[in-house]
Every structure is written in structure tokens, then in C-alpha cells.
Ligand binder design. Structure first.
Ligand SMILES: NC(=O)c1ccc[n+]([C@@H]2O[C@H](COP(=O)([O-])OP(=O)(O)OC[C@H]3O[C@@H](n4cnc5c(N)ncnc54)[C@H](OP(=O)(O)O)[C@@H]3O)[C@@H](O)[C@H]2O)c1
Length: 261
């Protein structure tokens, strides 16, 4: 299937590494102009220069910190005063790991700002542009933890569930404008984030990281972690006109890991 995003402008969160970077690369390779977002300016400059420009795409970057909601909200409001986007990918760092018994109310508040408020704020601003054009795509990078909570990721379990439920509710209001919103439920993917989580677990248990990795791979029917490029293919499809009739759903990409239907 040929996916052509020529003439579309995409805004992609957390896109100098891992899943977000792979998405930015894939959308640009399909013809979209892309604005990438992250905290580190030199990484942003490097990645923006790696994006495909063969169809005259105009890429840019925005330096933001999703963990500082007040500052983020000012920067993103300013961005939308001069930019009109067609495709929004809400993606950011994962929240701190930890179990339900360990986390304080303040931890939930920070995770709420990071995972819920930043995505909702950006989506509402993007919707103004999309409603005028009567077309738009919003894709949330979520996690399998919204359907099958993971014991050591209570913040992710709780706050991502809030975002996907909000998205389902919003999908009903925006369908008439040909705007879709979908959540991708992320399984285990080969990225820095996964390495960090596994190395913390390994340290805690005093064992080698490869032992942890192999144990997880054993629970995945495909016996391996996903590659960010595989993830980006799905997002590219959801960002395109080929997915016109798909909205308000959770799509797992997990090598068969989830047990529920
Ligand atoms: N990888 C997995 O197996 C997996 C599984 C389930 C869910 N997820 C979720 O998927 C999302 C992406 O994960 P990933 O594995 O691709 O992560 P990653 O490899 O660590 O990449 C994170 C990206 O986000 C940027 N970023 C981090 N903190 C930020 C902040 N406060 N403000 C703005 N940008 C920020 C990073 O750049 P800077 O550091 O320069 O800002 C980087 O570009 C995360 O929410 C993660 O929890 C991942």
C-alpha cells in the first residue's frame, strides 16, 4: 500500500529518539513536513537534518519540556499561532516506574501533567486548525498497560487510561469533521526507555540486564522486542487517508503479548 502524505504537516512529540524519532522519519519519508519536539536542542537539530526532503518538505523543531506544564502550555500556544497542522502524534517520556504502594499524590499530579494535560492541551489547539480544514489525525502513543496494568508502572497504568478514555469521548465529537483520534497500545520496543527500565530492574535484583530482557522476551509470543520502525509503519497508516474510517480505538502493537482480546 502506497502512503502519500505530501502536503501534510505533522507535529510529533518526543521525537529525537526511540518510537517518536522513527515516526518522524517515517512520516517525512512518506512526504509530510514534520515538526519534531523534545528537550535537547542539539539532538533536535541533528534529527531534523536527517529527515527526508525529497518532496520539498519543510521540517522544523520545537524545544519543549512536557514535564513543565506551565512552560509547555505557553510554547505550544505560541507555536499554534503561526502553524497549522494536519497530523498530531502525542508522545512523551514515560513516567517514573514504581508500584501503587510506593507512589504519592504528588507523583500522580506530575504524571497527570506529563501524560494527560500536555496531550489534551496540544490536541485542543490542533483541533482548531483541523476543524477549519475538515480533516485531521490525532494519534496517541499509549501503552498495553491501559488494558493490562503492569505492577511496576502504576503511573503509566493510571494516567494513560485517563488519556485513552478522553480520546474515545472526543472521537465522537470530531468524527463529523473527518478528524480521527486513535491510541496505539505499545508493547515492548527496543528503545532507550526500555533499556533504562530493564537496567533499573536488573540493578534492584543484582542480576545482568540480559537475564531480565530474556525473561520478558519469553512472555512475548514473537519472542523478541519490536523495532521502532515497525511501530512507525502503523502510525503512518493511521496518519494517512487510508485509515479514514478508523477512530476512537486502541490498537495494540505488541508481538502478541496481551492476553485480552
Ligand atoms: N519502549 C517501550 O518498550 C515502551 C513500552 C510502552 C510504552 N512506551 C512509551 O512510549 C513512549 C516513547 O518511548 P520510547 O521508548 O520511544 O522513549 P525514548 O527512547 O526514551 O525517547 C523519548 C523521547 O522523548 C523525548 N523526551 C523525553 N522526556 C521529554 C520531556 N520531558 N519533554 C519533551 N521531550 C521529552 C526524548 O528527548 P529529550 O530527552 O532530548 O527530551 C526522546 O526524544 C514513552 O511514553 C514510553 O513510556 C514505551
Amino acid at each position: 500500500m502506497e502512503i502519500d502524505l505530501t502536503g501534510k504537516f505533522a507535529l510529533v512529540g518526543g521525537s529525537t529518539d526511540g518510537i517518536g524519532k522513527a515516526i518522524a522519519i517515517r512520516l517525512a519519508a512518506s512526504g509530510a513536513s514534520v515538526c519534531i519536539m523534545a528537550r535537547n536542542k542539539s539532538k533536535l537539530e541533528k534529527v531534523v537534518n536527517e529527515l527526508d526532503r525529497s518532496r520539498n518538505q519543510k521540517h522544523k523543531f520545537l524545544e519543549v519540556d512536557f514535564s513543565n506544564y506551565n512552560l509547555f502550555s505557553k510554547s505550544i500556544k505560541y507555536f499554534f499561532e503561526t502553524n497549522h497542522i494536519d497530523i498530531l502524534v502525542n508522545n512523551t517520556q514515560g513516567p517514573e516506574g514504581g508500584s501503587a504502594i510506593e507512589k504519592s499524590i504528588d507523583d500522580y499530579q506530575s504524571a497527570f501533567d506529563l501524560l494527560f494535560k500536555c496531550a489534551v492541551k496540544t490536541s485542543l489547539l490542533a483541533l482548531t486548525n483541523m476543524r477549519d480544514k475538515k480533516w485531521g489525525r490525532i494519534i496517541n502513543v499509549a501503552s498495553i498497560s491501559v488494558k493490562e496494568p503492569l505492577n511496576y508502572l502504576v503511573l503509566s497504568n493510571s494516567l494513560r487510561s485517563a488519556l485513552v478514555t478522553w480520546s474515545k469521548t472526543l472521537s465522537v465529537d470530531i468524527a463529523k469533521f473527518n478528524i480521527t483520534i486513535n491510541n496505539v497500545l505499545t508493547g515492548y520496543f527496543n528503545t532507550e526507555r526500555l533499556k533504562q527500565l530493564n537496567s533499573k530492574k536488573a540493578q534492584k535484583l543484582g542480576i545482568n540486564i540480559s537475564k531480565i530482557e530474556n525473561k520478558i522476551k519469553d512472555t512475548i509470543p514473537m519472542k523478541r522486542f519490536g523495532n521502532p520502525e515497525e511501530y512507525a509503519n502503523l502510525v503512518c497508516f493511521l496518519a494517512s487517508e487510508k485509515s479514514d474510517y478508523i477512530t476512537g480505538i486502541n490498537i495494540p502493537i505488541d508481538g502478541g503479548f496481551m492476553k485480552s482480546l
